[in-house]
Design a protein around this ligand. Structure first.
Ligand code: GLN
Length: 470
């Protein structure tokens, strides 16, 4: 069977009758079973084959939805009714969801096929997929290297062609950073564009579901189908979802943050390729504006104070009573909580719960949490100011290519600095996308990031498409 990299190719073949959805699913299931990168935690063989047959029947009578032939893997923090979901954590081991997330419902309504759940960092906390209780995901380009995180399985599965597209979630870069490390497209929509109903919460004022794909067209299609208001998520905006146009955009104003390209630790080849892209855009007639963003140093601290605070509150529900794992050493209420949480959570999740509890504690609330809310506002205002004068902000997605397993494990600060370019759009709320930019001399891919203004997702996607094709 062909190695498909776009829905268009699949749908052409479905139309010609050279393949069926059932063939596609069987082929992907076989590949998942023989793959050695640990991207899938589980394949949903029965339900995927059943759905494939249903879509084939609809295709036969010309009644299939827009996603007929789209075989999708979902990150293991997105709920799908009657299927397991664990957030790659022991605390939710064997937990089965009793409802589907709105994102999954909408994909299924357009005849997508959900083929399985994908490994990730525990509760989406991490940048390397080394924090999963189910083991590391390997980068399909070079198995000694991390795939990025937290949606590491989602990026690796697309790159390794174990399915056509995947869903990830992005709180501080978890779609874009692994997309950069594995060489795929990864799109984080504006906060509130896609319902978070049925997404296991990490930091609720940041979390967004988004697609990882080979092409911008497929990312845009999945986004358009999933986006839009939802009565189950009051933070989901009711603003109209605009159509994404793929015509050549008018001349754009593109901001380049000086401090990003001058930042310490940026790989010279990554920098050179981003600079070459800037020069190319300029040659195509776009206006490049070098702007000041004086808050680069406080992006990561602000992100980690607020997200850990929100995580400590969100993860309080995992107590050995309501969900999943209960310790065998539990003898009363206190020991149920303490032992179940101590045994059920991994070290990074514990670190963040403790950090978050600390920054919210009465003695330190103002010094950390209130202050971080204020610095978030400064970051939001400055980002909005730049985007009032420019259409997009361009940065590398990550300062370097993927690193080797263990390289940052002993040093959480070094790991957190992975997020330096990606957290800005989560703190500010707007959309951002990582596009494959090239191959480093070390053989690994890396990406370029384009950020847009709030609710300008369609403009961002059409510009991203243009950038990929010019
Ligand atoms: N790497 C970041 C973190 O560890 C981002 C995670 C995410 O976006 N879910 O928090």
């Amino acid at each position: 069977m062909k190695d498909y990299t776009s829905l268009q190719q699949v749908q052409e073949d479905l139309k010609l009758g050279t393949c069926t959805c059932e063939d596609l699913v069987k082929n992907y299931l076989a590949k998942i079973k023989s793959s050695d990168i640990n991207a899938f935690l589980e394949s949903f063989d029965d339900s995927a084959l059943e759905q494939a047959k249903k879509v084939d029947e609809k295709l036969a009578v010309n009644k299939a939805g827009k996603l007929a032939g789209m075989v999708i893997g979902i990150k293991d923090n997105i709920c799908y009714r009657n299927h397991k979901v664990s957030a790659s954590s022991k605390i939710l081991e064997n937990f089965e969801s009793i409802y589907s997330s709105t994102a999954v419902e909408r994909l299924l309504a357009e005849d997508a096929i959900i083929i399985g759940r994908l490994n990730c960092d525990e509760f989406a906390m991490g940048s390397s997929n080394e924090n999963s209780v189910y083991g590391n995901v390997k980068n399909p380009i070079n198995k000694d290297y991390v795939p990025g995180g937290s949606s590491g399985g989602s990026a690796a599965a697309v790159k390794a062609r174990l399915c056509l597209a995947t869903l990830g979630s992005d709180t501080g870069g978890s779609i874009r950073q692994p997309a950069s490390f594995c060489g795929t497209v990864g799109f984080k929509p504006t906060y509130g564009r896609i319902s978070r109903y049925g997404l296991i919460a990490y930091a609720s004022s940041f979390d967004q579901i988004g697609p990882l794909t080979h092409t911008v067209e497929d990312a845009a299609l999945l986004y358009t189908i999933m986006a839009g208001s939802d009565e189950y998520d009051s933070t989901c905006t009711s603003k109209k979802v605009e159509k994404v146009e793929f015509s050549s955009p008018a001349k754009k104003k593109i901001a380049v943050i000086k401090q990003c390209l001058d930042s310490e630790g940026i790989d010279p080849e990554v920098k050179a390729k981003v600079e070459a892209t800037i020069a190319h855009l300029e040659a195509l007639g776009h206006e490049i504006n070098y702007v000041d963003f004086p808050y680069l140093d406080i992006l990561v601290p602000t992100y980690y104070v607020i997200t850990t605070a929100e995580a400590s509150s969100n993860l309080a529900r995992f107590d050995g009573v309501h969900y999943g794992y209960r310790s065998e050493n539990a003898v009363d209420v206190d020991s149920t909580y303490i032992a179940s949480r101590s045994e059920g959570f991994g070290p990074e999740v514990k670190r963040r719960i403790m950090l978050g509890t600390y920054v919210l504690s009465s003695g330190y609330y103002d010094a950390y949490f209130t202050k971080a809310q204020k610095t978030r506002r400064l970051i939001q205002d400055k980002t909005a100011e730049i985007l009032a004068q420019n259409d997009f902000i361009l940065t590398p997605t990550t300062p370097t290519t993927a690193f080797k397993f263990g390289a940052n494990s002993e040093n959480p600060i070094a790991m957190y600095l992975q997020d330096i370019f990606t957290v800005q759009s989560n703190l500010a709320g707007g959309p951002s996308i990582s596009l494959p930019l090239g191959e480093h001399s070390n053989g690994l891919p890396f990406g370029i990031q384009v950020m847009g203004d709030m609710y300008k997702d369609a403009d961002l996607l059409s510009f991203a498409h243009y950038l990929m094709n010019n």
